[in-house]
Design a protein around this ligand. Structure first.
Ligand code: MGD
Ligand code: MGD
Ligand code: MO
Length: 738
């Protein structure tokens, strides 16, 4: 590794070496990885972030602004007082990914509290999951139709006048005036956004969030004004949205009565409601506008910072990173342009994931976690020549396995760090025997509200349970040795990732020495508790209008109306959440192939447990097969337990502008089917990462019964938000002849 790094540095391209890292809660300090990559000048990518929730983060930034985005992303709500909850595409008791944060400590108990307090839960999912069984109601949505569902709910809320007018006027840009013809917003000479003042009967600039004097939603109204002597017809953003959703009547659904009932329940129980499109995102290229539509329904409901609604934690530990500060080490930021990176880190602006986010106009939003396909293209072009992968398994978990592997074949060097063998280790030139997360220390920070209406800020060390086994060492130890070999010893001297590193974070947060890594280990977590308080303007709303946005000024200015943007006039970045069509199965034996995480597995990480890999651990829900709707199976002449052939047939590049590489088309594999009534007829469904092919003796590889989803998945990416279509696969199911 040192030899290669020296060589690439000499050639002027240290970024030809990249670190790919995965789970932030299992791997060695991501803080240190970012620090190391800055001092070494290497590339670095939180590669899996985008396949997980990266475009969700973008949407929450676009609609709510940075200060309010995290709450919305992690569905942080005042659960004990919530009365009605509708969640799409999340198996929340099964996967625990609600109310975010490491380990999701408070999660399940809070959702249970909500239920005990009478909250009703509705799940929207093509598949009847653990959550579906737990919820009061299951809506078996057609894959990719969640956007229309949300727009239908908005339709009912508006036509039944079940929205919160005062909230819309005070905190959103619902009153902002938009030109009826072009749908561009109106601006005055000073570049201010404009509204109609009903009291004064004149146009004025949009007041600060919190103020509503004279503003009107302009329902069913048209306004006229003169700008530079030109008469302009305009309407409020609310009115244009209301006209847009008229087209989405619940009658478009086979379960129209439920849609109406859900909308009315949301409206009647507001603000003590939660309406969410889930945490993990980017399922299809319409998912960004799907999330926008869900967010706007919440804006109509005004369920923010009120009992039982989304809650913004007011108190914070000022937790940053543990990087050593000059003069302890030489100045590492001199002559280097650093930009924000995941988890309070900084990174070099020239990195593949960053460069397109800092163009003018931006091509991607800086909140994207990564831009995976650009790394693969860079490997094809010889710009990335070597990688170190830690705590992730890209050869299985990134879309379009075939393409990913072709790109990997072009590299000079692949190093993989893990405790277990996995698909990626089969590709490695070197395997680093990394100490596992149970053998090292790491500081974590979590925040949530508890049933007693308190904000809880929690710092804790996940401390080593045992010392590293055998010759294994934390990855940081290996990287420090490499740094010493390439002349960076001054930057890595005295680095102590067991204690000192975390104390630095606590010191920067002004908590040290009251709180220290050692004390956290010896005495347990450090808590601060504050009573819940309601004021959503506790921090400025960091959108372009300073308000939560129904009409996204950012999308308008940066992309949709910007002639310099590659996304100019592209509906994926329309400032309103207009319907985006996705490619569909075309023949009767074609389906969407979709997936969900198994509640008794951790993605591809648990493949070596033969017990967990058993075919039928959960009696009615075997792990390996492909689930198919019973009626569809019968129509096509397939029976339960039959072995079939699946073949990827789409989406093709010519079917969708978001498809970047469709090399997966034509890929075939055998699968066993399991018939079920608990699945939408248009979908085939698998447990995520049930299929494996690691060469050592795992039960999964031996039995070869599971399907490896990403072989069936073309590479796609949405404009600006970089959602990577992780369910966007169309497959044909065929009989095995003879
Ligand atoms: N036990 C366990 N817990 C985990 C994980 C694990 O592997 N195992 N993984 C962790 C990680 S990294 C994450 S990101 C989270 C993920 O956990 P979740 O957020 O729950 O996400 P998934 O399980 O990927 O998908 C959830 C559901 O989305 C449904 N779905 C698919 N397509 C559509 C659609 O078009 N519309 C709708 N409405 N639903 C759809 C699937 O059927 C699935 O049931 O869980 C975390 N927690
Ligand atoms: N088609 C499709 N693709 C998907 C998804 C999907 O729903 N559909 N889901 C996506 C999601 S949400 C995510 S989060 C990604 C996950 O994709 P990856 O980031 O690749 O995650 P895992 O499969 O959990 O692999 C993690 C690896 O870390 C190793 N590991 C565990 N603990 C440690 C440790 O302490 N140190 C080291 N060095 N290694 C350790 C495990 O052995 C395992 O091999 O996949 C994504 N890919
Ligand atoms: Mo994830």
């Amino acid at each position: 590794m040192a030899t290669k790094l020296k060589q690439y540095k000499k050639e002027g391209h240290p970024e030809a070496f990249e670190i790919w890292w995965g789970c932030p809660f299992q791997q060695d300090s991501m803080d240190f990885l970012y620090y190391w990559s800055v001092i070494a000048g290497s590339g670095i990518s939180y590669l899996h972030g985008q396949v997980c929730n990266g475009d969700n983060m973008v949407e929450k930034n676009v609609t709510f602004g940075k200060n309010h985005s995290q709450t919305m992303l992690s569905i942080l709500a005042d659960w004990p007082r919530t009365k009605y909850t509708v969640i799409a595409g999340q198996n929340f008791p099964g996967t625990g990914q609600i109310h975010g944060g490491p380990c999701n400590i408070p999660t399940n108990s809070l959702v249970n509290d909500a239920r005990e307090n009478g909250c009703k839960f509705v799940i929207i999912d093509p598949k009847l999951t653990d959550t579906g069984a737990w919820c009061d109601e299951w809506i078996p949505i057609e894959p990719g139709k969640d956007q229309i569902f949300a727009l239908s709910v908005a339709n009912v809320l508006i036509s039944e006048k079940l929205y919160d007018e005062e909230f819309l006027l005070r905190y959103t840009n619902a009153a902002q005036l938009i030109c009826t013809d072009t749908r561009e917003c109106l601006l005055n000479d000073k570049g201010n956004y404009l509204v109609w003042n009903n009291l004064k009967q004149e146009i004025q600039s949009l007041p600060k969030a919190g103020k509503m004097d004279g503003l009107s939603l302009g329902y069913n109204k048209t306004y006229y004004t003169y700008l530079k002597d030109k008469k302009i017809e305009c309407k409020t953003a609310f009115q244009i949205f209301a006209e847009m959703v008229k087209e989405y009547s619940p009658s478009k659904f086979s379960f129209k009565d439920q849609v109406i009932k859900i909308a009315i329940n949301l409206g009647k129980n507001k603000p003590s409601v939660v309406f969410s499109s889930g945490f993990t995102s980017g399922r299809y290229p319409n998912w960004f506008q799907t999330m926008r539509a869900f967010s706007i329904v919440n804006l109509l409901l005004g369920n923010f910072d009120k009992p039982g609604g989304y809650y913004f934690i007011k108190n914070e530990f000022n937790v940053s990173n543990g990087w050593p500060v000059p003069p302890e080490v030489p100045d590492y930021s001199k002559d280097k342009k650093l930009v924000p990176a995941p988890y309070n880190n900084m990174t070099l602006e020239y990195n593949i994931d960053q460069k397109p986010c800092y163009l003018k106009p931006r091509k991607y939003h800086p909140a994207v976690a990564s831009l995976p396909w650009l790394h693969f293209q860079a490997m094809e072009e010889g710009k990335v020549k070597a990688i170190l992968s830690t705590t992730e398994n890209s050869v299985l978990t990134q879309q379009n396995t075939k393409w990913v592997r072709e790109c990997l074949n072009k590299l000079d060097l692949i190093i993989v760090g893990d405790q277990f063998l996995k698909e990626f280790s089969d590709w490695a030139d070197y395997i680093i025997p990394e100490a596992s997360f149970l053998e090292r220390n790491h500081l974590y920070y979590n925040k949530y509200i508890s049933s007693d209406s308190m904000e809880n800020l929690l710092l804790y060390m996940r401390s080593a349970a045992i010392p590293p086994e055998g010759n294994s060492k934390p990855l940081s130890w290996f990287l420090i040795q490499v740094a010493k070999k390439i002349g960076l010893e001054d930057y890595v001297e005295n680095i102590d990732l067991q204690y000192k590193w975390w104390d630095k974070i606590l010191e920067k947060a002004k908590l040290f020495p009251k709180v220290s890594a050692k004390k956290l280990i010896e005495e347990g977590p450090y808590f601060e508790r504050y009573p819940v308080s309601h004021n959503l303007l506790f921090k400025p709303i960091e959108t372009r209008s300073g308000r939560f946005e129904i009409y996204s000024n950012e999308l308008a200015e940066e992309c949709y109306f910007n002639p310099k943007s590659e996304w100019h006039q592209n509906n994926h970045v329309n400032p309103f959440p207009v319907e985006i069509e996705i490619a569909q199965p075309e023949n009767e034996n074609e389906f969407f192939l979709i997936c969900g995480k198994a509640s008794w597995h951790q993605k591809s990480a648990t493949q070596h447990s033969n017990y967990l890999m058993e075919y039928a651990l959960e009696a009615g829900c075997p792990y390996m097969p492909v689930y198919i709707n019973s009626t569809r199976a019968k129509e096509l002449g397939f029976s339960d337990g039959e072995e079939v052939i699946l073949e990827c047939v789409g989406p093709r590049k010519d079917q969708d502008q978001c498809v970047i590489n469709d090399d997966s088309i034509g890929y075939k594999d055998k699968a066993i089917i399991k018939t079920t009534e608990g699945l939408h007829p248009k979908a085939l469904w698998i447990y995520w990462a049930s299929g494996h092919e690691e060469k050592s003796n795992t039960m999964a590889s031996k039995t070869k019964k599971g399907v490896k989803m990403n072989w069936f998945l073309p590479t796609s990416a949405t404009p600006y938000s970089a959602g990577v279509g992780k369910n966007y696969s169309i497959v044909k199911i065929n009989k095995i002849k003879g």
